[in-house]
Design a protein around this ligand. Structure first.
Ligand code: SAM
Length: 221
């Protein structure tokens, strides 16, 4: 019996030393009532997002990015009727975070508020009706997750205003970016893409399955 105990103990020590991820791995998150409610809402609304909303694949990607980074203080510029916001806020409901989302259009803002309510996510969203050109400058931060999806000609200005308020390790995502590739062809928002790629303290990749989601991790000050 004593021999068995000692050999079991040795086995545990070997496994935890060689494979520390076994010890630190998180158990899969359990489905919650809120998950059910969000899924139900998204399924009822399926095919009815017609207000410049992101494709579903991008919504899911935003959800994954927030969860993977365990982000908690998110900012979205361009709420529209709340489709991408639902995915971000849903992930934040699991990390214990909150989303500030801004739109200038009153009708879409009101619909978004209703949608967040119906999805059961209102507690995780602070939806502001405002001109983001002004409000983004005023928000204190710090943030650890950004989704920029409003007026494209202002993308660089939004980035310049938010960059000092984004934590190192945080993630800055921008929608509707298409790379024109080599040979001088211009993509969609190419100047912005080239600018972001030129930054040494950001590690950037382009997720192109949907509407072109630029994903930039802040690696240093
Ligand atoms: C592409 S839509 C956002 C879609 C949304 N992210 C989604 O996937 O559900 C862009 C939104 O940005 C808003 N917008 C444009 N200029 C803005 C500004 N200066 N301040 C705040 N919102 C603005 C528009 O009213 C519009 O609803």
């Amino acid at each position: 019996m004593k021999k068995l105990l000692i050999s079991s103990l040795i086995a545990v020590i070997i496994v935890t030393t060689l494979f520390p991820e076994y010890v630190t791995a998180q158990p899969a998150r359990a489905e919650t009532e809120l998950d059910e409610k969000v899924k139900q809402f998204l399924s009822e609304q399926s095919g009815q997002w017609h207000d410049m909303n992101v494709p579903t694949v991008d919504g899911k990607k935003l959800f994954d990015l927030v969860l993977e980074g365990n982000y908690k203080s998110a900012l979205e510029i361009g709420t529209s009727t709340g489709y991408s916001g639902i995915y971000i806020a849903w992930a934040l409901s699991k990390t214990g975070g909150k989303l500030i989302t801004i739109d200038i259009d009153e009708d879409r803002h009101k619909i978004a508020l209703r949608n967040f309510e119906k999805a059961g996510l209102s507690d995780y969203v602070d939806a502001r009706l405002a001109d983001a050109h002004i409000l983004v400058k005023e928000l204190e931060g710090p943030f650890d997750f950004i989704f920029s999806d409003a007026d494209k000609n202002w993308y660089k200005n939004y980035f310049d205003d938010i960059n000092p308020k984004l934590k190192v390790g945080g993630c800055y995502t921008t929608h509707n970016i298409i790379d024109g590739g080599q040979g001088g062809r211009r993509g969609w928002n190419q100047d912005y893409l080239d600018f972001i790629r030129s930054l040494d303290n950001y590690e950037t990749s382009l997720f192109s399955d949907g509407g072109g989601l630029l994903i930039s991790y802040k690696r240093g000050k």
